[in-house]
Design a protein around this ligand. Structure first.
Ligand SMILES: *Cc1c(COP(=O)(O)O)cnc(C)c1O
Length: 408
């Protein structure tokens, strides 16, 4: 590995929000798993779109529309390259992970029959559970759950025994947002393919930390949200293999997704437009490309090295505090620590941390089945990004001591 001077002071200066105070204390932002902060370079791209070439895309003959279309399609190519998709039209721009999953789940309503089996993992975000439950209600397909272990990993033996020729689809997150567990998706995909099942990977929580290669993984569908990787809210990617996307019906009807409309019959546009009805988040799509440029400029290896140091540092410091229980101790994790303090409700700890300017998430993190598994109401979750520092973790630990004193 080449030595890369990861200049944290310079990196932090790229994020205007990191200069602000909260409750008269410098902001410590440890809620990156919910949404990441936005660097000035990405904010500039959004401002530039609205100040110099705001126009609707793919339809205008005039110059502004062409400029906007070019910028939007260049962003699509950046996303394609980043995830190493074979073709640009396999990249569908969505409003986010949730939208991407719903496009696939609704498409399969016409392809499944009663008693087909779908496998979901026990550690999914609600957005990778509920659309499939709705699909099962419509089709009579059966949803089965790949169980998890105390350490917060998937039970791969159970997974192997759940797979059969009845299995049509498997959906698992690449990284758990509540625990930080990195799941062995290459093996999950390979085993599913052996029985002829297709796999959707929810990459929302992995994308800020791990550069996924969709061809190397041979994954069928991969979904992400831009707002978790330094991009804006309301935009994301659905990657799908071309032949699979071609067999799925469109999700929404409207402008942009048609080839020809008459009152007798409408024919649909080719990929990617078939799944992109209506005017999209144009500035958001362009900014998504800029966010990937920014992160690739830092380098995903450097990002992972720095974040892993933060994870080890925080985990060690937390374990020294009496009464702390950490949830999720997989060997391979991204920089997320979920924990509780014995006898204290997570919400109370979170509220006191906020008084010290420290933003953490408390609750079930949209992953209630995990909380049910551990029989807890929720956790305190500190999730780190490459722009966080050990000094900030020190401040959280200090504030935790104060919170425990106040609450116990
Ligand atoms: C955030 C997240 C989602 C939902 O993303 P949206 O941007 O709200 O659509 C889904 N799955 C995981 C693992 C997440 O972290």
């Amino acid at each position: 590995m080449t030595y890369n001077p990861f200049d944290i002071t310079k990196i932090r200066a790229d994020f205007p929000i990191l200069k602000r105070e909260v409750n008269k204390k410098p902001l410590v932002y440890f809620d990156n798993a919910a949404t990441s902060q936005t660097p000035q370079a990405v904010i500039d791209v959004i401002a530039d779109y609205y100040s110099s070439y705001n126009a609707n895309i793919h339809r205008g003959v005039h110059s502004l529309s062409q400029e906007a279309t070019d910028a939007y399609e260049i962003a699509r190519q950046k996303i394609q390259q980043h995830f190493n998709a074979q073709k640009a039209h396999e990249i569908i721009l969505t409003s986010g992970t949730t939208h991407g999953i719903n496009i696939i789940a609704s498409g399969y309503a016409e392809l499944l029959k009663a008693n087909d089996e779908l496998l979901v993992s026990a550690m999914e975000h609600h957005s990778n559970i509920v659309p499939w439950q709705m699909l099962c209600e419509k089709t009579g397909a059966v949803l089965k759950v790949i169980p998890m272990t105390q350490k917060g990993t998937l039970d791969m033996t159970a997974y192997a025994s759940l797979l059969s020729d009845k299995t049509k689809l498997v959906f698992v997150n690449h990284v758990s947002n509540a625990l930080g567990t990195v799941n062995p998706i290459a093996s999950i995909i390979e085993q599913a393919h052996q029985v002829g099942a297709k796999v959707l990977i929810d990459g929302a929580q992995a994308a800020p930390h791990i550069k996924a290669d969709v061809q190397a993984l041979d994954v069928d569908y991969y979904v992400v949200s831009a707002h978790k990787l330094c991009g804006p809210t309301g935009v994301g990617m659905l990657y799908g293999k071309e032949d699979l996307l071609n067999t799925l019906p469109p999700y929404q009807g409207g402008g942009e997704m048609i080839a020809e409309v008459t009152f007798e019959k409408t024919t649909y546009a080719d990929l990617p437009h078939k799944f992109e009805a209506g005017t999209p988040n144009i500035a958001g799509g362009i900014a998504f490309g800029a966010a990937l440029d920014y992160m690739n400029g830092l380098g995903f290896e450097s990002i992972a090295t720095h974040e892993n140091e933060l994870l080890v540092y925080a985990t060690t410091a937390l374990k020294e505090i009496e009464g702390i229980q950490i949830y999720g101790e997989a060997a391979e994790k991204t920089a997320v620590v979920s924990f509780n303090v014995k006898g204290i409700h997570p919400y109370d700890v979170g509220s006191i941390l906020d008084k010290f300017g420290i933003a953490v998430r408390t609750g079930h993190h949209c992953a209630q089945p995990i909380m049910d598994y551990y029989q807890i109401p929720g956790t305190i979750r500190a999730s780190f990004s490459f722009y966080n520092t050990k000094e900030e973790i020190d401040r959280m630990i200090e504030a935790l001591h104060r919170a425990i004193q106040m609450l116990q």
